[in-house]
Write a protein that binds this ligand. Structure first.
Ligand code: GTP
Ligand code: MG
Length: 345
């Protein structure tokens, strides 16, 4: 739902890939922010979440998208760390996703965490597209800021254009080594059986209209086929981080992937000891386009629907754990919900 209206649930899009291949930069380009500058050594160390409303998606995609073709409220992007030590965070991010973007640096090709990410996506059978990033670094490339890929490709020299093709075919070959049939995205008819490769630059914005268009198409089809359209049930989510927040004490950054959560409702949260049973004191929503990891101005709301990144304030959260499940009890038997949470730890 769109904050309560009837419609499709906001799809969750995980961004996965090897360290430094440009996941955070890609999201920065889409949301018009510079989250990467605030990261220690420009390394992502936590899972992030950013809601991108449909009007922004369609603005960035420009002429490639007709927003009236979609009844999705937008997309919730999950940023994940590519550094090798964060395997758990990558699987957690992958497990939350409805669809995914696998980011591959066209110069580096497949690297260890690219393969790790592919295995996560295979296991969870998550449909994905490949963003072949950093095309602006092809020798002789003349950037056309924010242009769709066909348009900028036609404006390149034959040499630069064929150099890019060469790199893209290497990526397609590497995907085929992993057992996927893949092709340039504009030749792909069925994105569930075939992997589309979208050439992009997070630096210049080239190809990003294409990437968003492919994602929206994939999300729309996938959500219609497989996902619960009605998200009014008791909320279910995963804790991203446990954080002190001025005036609120210990809070949880949560990705709510199903249902709704309301102020004053009883929730069960996985903890270091027994599951924690507590009442929601406040639901704090980041502004649209804000990364929950860095947001400092939250809006207090009475209720929020999936999928969203949200901060939850409640008493007794000190021993809550990142990665743990969060469940709204509502009209269910509390012992059953506690057992459910315990089973997931
Ligand atoms: P981790 O989160 O640590 O896994 O890295 P990441 O995948 O989020 O990569 P990040 O966005 O931090 O980018 C790594 C470096 O590549 C930064 O210096 C970016 O400025 C640079 N970079 C990212 N995308 C592009 C691109 O399209 N072109 C160029 N030239 N540089 C890029
Ligand atoms: Mg990053």
């Amino acid at each position: 739902t769109r904050d309560g209206e009837h419609g499709l649930r906001t799809p969750i899009v995980a961004v996965l890939g090897h360290v430094d291949h440009g996941k955070t930069s890609l999201l920065d380009k889409i949301r018009g922010s510079t989250v990467i500058e605030g990261e220690a050594g420009a390394i992502t160390q936590h899972i992030g979440a950013t809601a991108i409303p449909l009007d922004v998606v369609s603005k960035v995609a420009g002429s490639l998208i007709d927003p009236s073709d979609f009844d999705l409220p937008g997309l919730l992007f999950i940023d994940t760390p590519g550094h090798h030590s964060f395997t758990t965070l990558r699987s957690r991010g992958g497990a939350l996703a409805d669809i995914a973007i696998l980011v591959v640096d066209v110069n580096d090709g497949f690297q260890p965490q690219t393969l790790e990410a592919i295995n996560i996506l295979k296991q969870s059978q998550t449909p994905f597209v490949v963003a072949a990033n950093k095309i602006d670094t092809v020798p002789g490339w003349k950037p056309n800021e924010d242009a769709p890929i066909q348009q900028t490709k036609e404006a390149q020299s034959d040499r630069a254009s064929s150099m890019l093709d060469e790199k893209l075919y290497e990526v397609i070959g590497e995907l085929s080594d992993e057992g996927f049939t893949a092709d340039m995205y504009w030749r792909v008819q069925d994105f569930r059986g075939n992997i589309g490769v979208v050439p992009v630059s997070a630096e210049t914005g080239e190809g990003i209209p294409d990437l968003l268009t492919v994602l929206m198409g994939l999300a729309q089809r996938y959500m219609k086929e497989d996902m619960a359209i009605d998200v009014t049930g008791p909320g279910a989510g995963t804790v991203l981080e446990v954080k002190e927040e001025k005036g609120f004490g210990t809070t949880l950054d949560v990705v709510l992937y199903d249902g709704t959560i309301r102020e004053d409702e009883t929730i069960v949260v996985g903890g270091m000891d027994d599951p924690i049973v507590t009442d929601v004191r406040a639901i704090l929503k980041p502004r649209p386009l804000a990364e929950i990891r860095t947001e400092d101005r939250f809006e207090k709301v009475e209720e929020i629907a999936a999928a969203s990144g949200v901060k939850i304030a409640a008493p007794e959260l000190d021993r809550a754990m990142a990665g743990a499940p969060v469940r709204v009890v509502r009209d269910r038997d509390i012992e059953e919900v506690i057992a459910e949470v315990r089973a997931e730890l």
